[in-house]
Design a protein around this ligand. Structure first.
Ligand code: ADE
Ligand code: ZN
Length: 326
């Protein structure tokens, strides 16, 4: 195995992490205790023991349930700072972080408070150890389109400091094309666009995100391998995929890491990046994801450096900062 110290030293950019998915069981318990919320388990390990998933939906059920402990602006600040600290320790220098505004406003937490808390936590991380971030607001594809439009209006009204918008939650049965107007409006506002596709859905789902939403990156996108023409198109356009190996294993999007399409995508010339998705649930942060793929596919140092370099290329960082990171 590649020594983890070397993987940590490799400057990496994280492009696929849900801040709500960095909510560690210990923090769930602490926030619940502080807020006087009763939980059905007494300790963090009991909660962690429930993290056995059959598919995306079985994970999403627990993910949405747990985020009920995030209520105040300060809770989001703690969450953001804790993620930044852990990511930084693993060699991540910049992260473009997803959050799910609808999952909070539906519980009565103002979008402005969510954003203000995240910004507070990330500002502290920047001040203390120079960790930089951008925020990407994701729309929940299994909720009504009208709700996404209202949420975009709220983000605009509070001048939320976001670089772009994304699309997440249950993929199958909730086509990207439904969100064409939402993404067109986001583009008019000058926002960058990404979307989850090809995680549980097939190549058509990836095509829909590209054709209807105009995305600049595809989150996951692993099922693209089932369509050679699509793979050729991804290569021709240098369309980045934000791949999350541990997530794919834990959500059974792949049977086993050994049969993960990552090596095929790399060999085809796709601009692949390695990311953590929901590290508190899937057993590892960005450095851990690098470590498992290095091990499973015997990737040497140049191959790992190329993956880290891809994450810089695929980021929304200005060219000057990209050059500094190379
Ligand atoms: N929300 C949080 N993690 C997700 C994932 N892996 N896929 C879709 N929606 C998500
Ligand atoms: Zn995700």
């Amino acid at each position: 195995p590649v020594p983890t110290s070397r993987l940590r030293e490799l400057p990496k950019v994280e492009l696929h992490v849900h801040i709500e998915g960095t909510l560690e069981p210990e923090l769930v318990l602490e926030l619940a205790r502080d807020a006087g919320i009763a939980l059905p388990y007494r300790d963090a390990d009991t909660l962690r023991g429930r993290y056995v998933f059959a598919d995306l939906q079985s994970f999403l059920d627990i993910y949405y349930e747990n985020l009920g402990v995030l209520r105040r602006r300060h809770d989001f600040a703690r969450l953001a700072y804790q993620y930044a600290s852990r990511a930084h320790a693993g060699g991540v220098v910049h992260a473009e972080v997803f959050f799910d505004p609808q999952a909070h406003r539906s519980r009565g937490v103002a979008v402005a408070d969510v954003v203000a808390g995240l910004v507070e936590g990330f500002d502290r991380a920047f001040g203390e150890f120079g960790f930089t971030t951008e925020l990407i607001a994701c729309f929940l594809r299994d909720r009504p389109v009208a709700e996404a439009l209202e949420t975009l209006d709220e983000l605009t009204a509070c001048r939320a400091a976001i670089v772009g918008v994304g699309l997440d939650s249950a993929e199958v049965g909730h086509p990207a094309s439904l969100f064409t107007e939402v993404f067109a409006r986001a583009a008019d506002l000058g926002l960058r666009r990404v979307a989850h596709a090809g995680e549980e859905g097939g190549p058509d789902s990836v095509r829909a995100a590209i054709d209807h939403l105009g995305v600049e990156r595809v989150d996951h996108g692993i099922r693209s391998v089932d369509d050679p023409d699509l793979v050729a198109e991804l290569v021709a356009r240098q369309m980045p995929l934000t791949v999350c190996p541990l997530s794919n294993v834990r959500l059974q999007a792949v049977a086993d890491l050994a049969v993960h399409p990552l090596p095929d995508l790399i060999a085809a010339g796709v601009l692949v990046t390695i990311n953590s998705d929901d590290p508190a649930y899937f057993g590892g942060y960005a450095d851990d994801n690098f470590a498992v793929v290095a091990d499973a596919f015997a990737l040497d140092d140049p191959a790992l450096a190329a993956l880290a370099d891809n994450s810089v290329t695929a980021s929304f960082l200005p060219d000057a900062r990209k050059a500094e990171l190379r």
